[in-house]
Design a protein around this ligand. Sequence first.
Ligand code: PEP
Ligand code: MG
Length: 927
Amino acid sequence: MKQKYIYSFGGGKADGNESMKNLLGGKGANLAEMAGHPNLRLPVPPGFTITTEVCTYYYDHKRTYPKGLTLDLGRALQQVEKLMKRKFGDPVNPLLVSVRSGARKSMPGMMETILNVGLTEKTIPGLIKHSGGNDRFVYDAYRRLIMMYSDVVMEKAAGVELEDEGAGIRRQLEHIMDRLKKQKGYRTDTDLKTEDLKELCVQFKSKIKEVLGKEFPDDPEKQLWGGIGAVFASWNGKRAISYRRIEGIPDEWGTAVNVQSMVFGNMGSDSATGVAFTRNPGNGDNKFYGEYLIDAQGEDVVAGIRTPAPVNEYSKSEHNKELITLEQGMPKLYKALFDIQRRLEKHYHDMQDIEFTIEKGRLFMLQCRVGKRNGHAAVRIAVDMLKEKLIDRETAIMRVTPDQLDELLHPIIDPKIEKEQKIFVKGLPAGPGGASGQVVFNALDAVEWTKQGKKVILVREETNPEDVEGMRAAQAILTARGGMTSHAALVARGWGKCCIVGCGKLHVDYKAKTLSSDGVTLKEGSWITLNGTRGNVYQGQLPMIDASSENSILANFLKVCDSVKKLGVRTNADTPEDAQAGRRFGAQGIGLFRTEHMFYGKGSEEPLFRLRKMIISKTVEERRRALDELYPYVKKDVKGTLEAMDGYPVVVRLLDPPLHEFVPRERGKLEELSRDLHITMDELASRAENLHESNPMMGHRGVRLGITYPEVSEMQIRAVFDAAAELIAEGKKPYPEIMIPVVGHVKELQDQFDIAKRVYREVLEKHKLKSIKHMLGTMIEIPRACIVSDQIAEIAQFFSFGTNDLTQMGFGFSRDDIGSFLPDYLVKTILPDDPFQTIDQEGIGELMKISIERGRKQRPNLEIGICGEHGGDPRSVDFCHRLGMDYVSCSPFRVPIARLAAAQAVLRQKALQTKTNRKSKPGNKSK
Ligand code: PEP
Ligand code: MG
């Protein structure tokens, strides 16, 4: 059978349908569905779609068309002529068409469109007659065609190189028009009279000849083929190519071309055009919502020259409340439109974005597609549609993206305002949401200014634990260095605070108290605004919107997710407050309690001082004394957290960071320490010097501390078991899981477990208990540990992947310095993503896979989780689900996102399974 290149639609029939997006593009498939599906058969202006296969052919055959296309097109055009009762190129009753692109996935504004094709000197009189003598309208349409055609077909598609963007033919024609308006004293385009427009058309044509060396084709056929060629050519235009790179759309897909009869909303006061949504895309209300303009073309609604009027009472706003609604002005047509939009939503089972035109009292549907919505609306619509039985549970879960959910959990910059801003500097999006504040350059000022009631952004070269108070006080944190798991990023995310790190272009001058980027310098006290979800920094104070209300809808939605997900979701929490926040967000336990965090921030003065004593001590006795002093603080912290998580597991990790991080830098603190230890400042300096390491992240940290200072591990383990024993006595159900970090060799772990087992026996005896429910396990964060996971699983009862360190050590990338070179890696697409943000599945992920296989082979009931930052990244959660882990753990504010991602992972896997089963059934050929 001859290959079919053209699919017609109109008159209640269509060759194609919605399922044919690959062949007809999104727009073409939807037009066919609207026009031809028995449930719809909507008044769509008739037309036809030239398939994406023709586009592929066009590029494979030196920009030529398949044989027979001209003939097919002629036939399809005849069909349209018949339905419209007009003829293309006919001087008496001419048909005009639009020529538009339409890829499988919408690429808004990236490709070309030409309207009013078929309008020529010859057909003008016919159109004037049809429009009831409205010659101004016709000449306006003609000058629009000339402008669009010369720009799109004669310049862009022809590959004319421009010296600068502003020198294009379109700009030149606009100059001519502006000059005329000025001469005549007109303010807007609508002031132009018929004679002016006629004159403009003449001038435009001669300018085109002068600049491009060719005549504007006053021939309908030529215009049509020129338009089709231009749309195909625009698939490989610069804009479209870069958009495809960003969105990951394959080059081979190609675009379809839609040729459709023109209908005009600008034929007088009985004509109009508008856009509408079947539900409010801003808040999800189940109300028809939209705007329209009388006597206007579609582009006028978007262009913002005139204020569009609301379609109904509900759509009224401050700006348009005085204008007449469509419901009042054209009640019959409104009713027809209202019915259509209900039918569309019912048919597509989703909120639709529709475009319509009224030509001389006749309603036409130009387009419908799934409507874009914000996070708030997405959740609301999913929950409502599920209740209305319009969709099932699975569909509801897949309707909300993790980013949309994130919008609900943090205030964000008003998107309308943000769109208009120029970015001051860009960095890595380390902590989500938006925040505004005045710039300060150190933690003390951050605290001080905040006390005075000011809002501040703490700007640092990089942060360290001493900045924590300032970080807590600030609205947001901005650093020039550091990666997604740098100190600032970890801390900020834990608090759900907005944070941007690794702004390579940012220069921070502490002395002058300035920050600069690209030649712009801001002083202390200047206002800046951060979008921590995207990593953008703006000058000035931008308005925020708080989307976090209406939590009952969110809670409902997450309950639906929980009914599907398999993975457990825990939280990383370092304080009892974090633990409570995690519980509120639905965490089923704690996946990582970093004990060292009790030494940062509020209330840390006393334990930190004792820790420092312990670090600086020289003999075992000195250290033991310091540890004895430290013990009650550790026990209290652990107890508070175990209590907050009563009944749920709490993974308590023993001290991990290199100790030098805790050595004080301020002179006052150093003096205090020397006094208390009864040593001179010189002696103190020399002991501190001994702690210096060239590469601390690979230095004396994690289990290595416990090996050299077993008493340090012993104190912590005792604190955990004692805390648990006390809680048992109080009738609680503590469940600690003691975790040893940075293990690479099974003997390191055995060494620590021996301590743990001895202390456990001692604690049982002390409290006269038979047992305390607990587990002993390890982090898997060193590549070697992955390989020898079978040996490790012989003694470990659980694994928790520390993917921050595993990425660091697997790639050999320092997690604190990656910000300086990562942007180059991303621009050059050496890496598709920041591996500290989303798991590098083929490398680091493979190590995890090996570890799980070997670990579970040795111990089938081995509990496996992840506590690196990736535990809150949706793509990584999906990966963890596929690896068969038991749980993911992430910062409290990411818990809802992980719950959604875990449910979506199940559904995605199910869909894949169904697809594979279908393919493997005999008789089914894979496509
Ligand atoms: C990790 O390495 O992934 C981890 C959770 O530990 P930390 O970030 O504290 O090193
Ligand atoms: Mg680690």
